[in-house]
Design a protein around this ligand. Structure first.
Ligand SMILES: Nc1ncnc2c1ncn2[C@@H]1O[C@H](COP(=O)(O)OP(=O)(O)OP(=O)(O)O)[C@@H](O)[C@H]1O
Length: 426
C-alpha cells in the first residue's frame, strides 16, 4: 500500500520534455500530440481540470498547455482562469501556456498577467507551437535550476471544498515566509502533505530540516538534539499534542532561531487543552485546520477518482470507472481513517476489482478484513531481529498499513518505522 508515504512520488527526471495539455477536445489534443512527438517531446491529455489535477499529483510535467474553456459552447474562460490561478498558487515556478480561440488576444494578455508564460492562438501553426513548447521547456528547466529539485516534484492537496481551497491559498501565501505554522487535523487528513507543500515553497534552500515525533516519554535530551540540529532552519514537530507537560516550558523557551512547523492530530479545542499557553503562542502564528474528509462532500469522490487513476497507472492496470452505486457509497461513508483510509480502500479496489467498474463490493466498506492479528511467532522466536520484523509486520497488518498508527503502537516515530521497514525489506 502506498497511501501513507507522501514523499514516494517520482521526482522530475531528465528524459524527454513532458507536456500536459488540458483541453476537452480530444482531436485538438491528438493534433498537439503529433507535433510534440515529432519534436521528441511527450504529451498527455486531460479532458478537464479534475483529470489534470489527478495527473499533476502523480507525475511531473515540464510545460502545461491550458485551454481556457472545458465545455462545448463555453467561452468566458472562467474555468481556465480559475485553473491557472490554482496552478500558479500551488507552484509559482510552473510554466503554463494558455490556448485561446482566434478572438482571444485580450484573454491571452489577461492570462499572462495571471502568471501564464506564453499563449497559443487556435488554429495554430505547427512550427510555432513546437517553438513555444521548446521555449516553455527551457524556461521550466531554468526555473527548476533556480528553485532546486524539490520544486518539480508533484504533490498536491486536491479538492474543491472551500476549506481545502483556503488551505491551498494559505500555503501559497505563507510557504515562503518563516512564520511558524500549526497544522491541525484528523489522522490521515493531509497534515504531512501540507507540511511537505510548505517545504516545497522554499525549495532550493540549504537550511537544516529536522522532523521529530512527540510522545509522552520524550526527553529534554532528545529535544535538545533536535533543537541543535534545526538551528537556522526548520523544526517539524509531529503529534505536538503529545508533548508532556513537564517539558513544555523548556520547549517553549528554546524555539527561537528556527521556523517551527507543528502537526497535531486534534482540533483547536483539543490542542488548547493539551498545550501550555506559552508553547501554543510559539507554535500557532498561523493555524491551518484540515477538515475531516467526512465533511468535504463531493471531494470524497474527486479524491476517489484521483486515487483510482493513480493506482491503475502505478500497478499498470486498465483504469476502471467507479460505478454509480459505489460512488454513492463513497459519498455516504464517513471515512474514519480520513483521506488515507479512502486512498487505501481505492488501492485495494483497483487491485481486486474484476468487472468493468469499481463496484461497491470491491470497496469493502466498514470491513477491516483483518480481525485481531497477534504476533504469534514472536513469543516463541527469541531472535531479536526476527522478532522485531514480526512485530512490525503484525502492527502494519493490524493497522492496515496506516504507518502513523502502527508506529504509535510500536512506540516509534514514523521515520523510525520507515527505517526499520526498509531494513527488513517490508
Ligand atoms: N487533499 C489531498 N489530496 C491528495 N492526497 C491527499 C490529500 N490529503 C491527503 N492525501 C494523501 O493521503 C495520505 C495521508 O495524508 P497525510 O500523511 O498527509 O496525513 P496526516 O494528517 O499527516 O496523517 P497522520 O496524522 O497519521 O500523520 C497521504 O498519502 C497523502 O498524500
Amino acid at each position: 500500500m502506498e497511501c501513507p508515504i507522501p514523499n514516494s512520488l517520482p521526482a522530475l527526471s531528465t528524459g524527454p520534455v513532458r507536456i500536459l495539455f488540458v483541453d476537452d477536445d480530444s482531436d485538438i489534443v491528438a493534433a498537439a500530440g503529433l507535433v510534440a512527438r515529432r519534436h521528441g517531446m511527450s504529451l498527455t491529455g486531460a479532458g478537464n481540470p479534475e483529470a489534470a489535477w489527478s495527473l499533476l499529483a502523480e507525475r511531473a510535467f515540464d510545460v502545461i498547455l491550458l485551454d481556457l474553456n472545458f465545455a462545448r459552447g463555453q467561452t468566458s474562460g472562467e474555468a481556465g482562469f480559475r485553473m491557472l490561478a490554482d496552478l500558479m498558487a500551488t507552484d509559482p515556478r510552473r510554466v503554463v501556456i494558455v490556448v485561446t480561440g482566434h478572438s482571444g488576444i485580450n484573454v491571452a494578455v489577461e492570462a499572462m498577467r495571471g502568471g501564464a508564460s506564453d499563449f497559443v492562438i487556435k488554429p495554430w501553426s505547427n512550427d510555432a507551437l513546437a517553438e513555444k513548447l521548446k521555449r516553455g521547456a527551457a524556461l521550466a528547466g531554468a526555473r527548476r535550476a533556480a528553485g532546486g529539485d524539490g520544486a518539480g516534484e508533484p504533490a498536491l492537496l486536491l479538492g474543491d471544498d472551500p476549506a481545502i481551497e483556503r488551505v491551498r491559498r494559505m500555503i501559497a501565501r505563507i510557504g515562503a515566509t518563516s512564520a511558524s505554522v500549526l497544522v491541525l487535523g484528523n489522522a490521515g487528513s493531509g497534515k504531512s502533505l501540507t507540511v511537505d507543500l510548505l517545504r516545497r515553497q522554499r525549495a532550493g534552500e540549504d537550511a537544516p530540516w529536522v522532523e521529530i515525533g512527540m510522545h509522552d516519554a520524550i526527553t529534554i535530551a532528545v529535544l535538545e538534539e533536535a533543537l541543535r540540529a534545526s538551528r537556522g532552519g526548520t523544526l517539524v514537530l509531529d503529534r505536538v499534542e503529545q508533548v508532556p507537560r513537564s517539558v513544555q516550558p523548556f520547549l517553549a523557551g528554546q524555539l527561537g532561531g528556527r521556523r517551527v512547523l507543528a502537526m497535531a492530530r486534534d482540533d483547536r479545542q483539543g490542542v488548547r487543552a493539551a498545550l501550555d499557553a506559552d508553547l501554543l503562542a510559539r507554535l500557532n502564528t498561523i493555524e491551518i485546520e484540515l477538515p475531516r474528509l467526512a465533511e468535504r462532500g463531493e471531494d470524497k469522490l474527486l479524491l476517489a477518482r484521483h486515487f483510482a487513476d493513480r493506482f491503475a497507472r502505478r500497478h499498470a492496470i486498465v483504469p476502471r470507472p467507479i460505478s454509480e452505486e459505489a460512488a454513492r457509497a463513497i459519498l455516504a461513508d464517513d471515512w474514519p481513517d480520513d483521506v488515507r483510509g479512502l486512498c487505501q480502500a481505492i488501492e485495494r479496489a483497483v487491485l481486486l476489482a474484476e468487472g468493468e467498474r469499481i463496484e461497491i463490493a470491491d470497496l469493502a466498506l466498514g470491513d477491516s478484513g483483518h480481525g485481531d492479528v497477534r504476533p504469534r511467532a514472536a513469543a516463541a522466536d527469541l531472535n531479536l531481529d526476527r522478532a522485531e520484523k514480526q512485530l512490525i509486520e503484525a502492527a502494519l497488518d493490524r493497522h492496515r498499513f496506516n504507518i502513523s498508527r502502527a508506529a504509535d503502537e510500536l512506540g516509534l516515530t514514523r521515520a523510525a518505522l520507515y527505517r526499520r521497514m526498509a531494513k527488513h525489506g517490508l
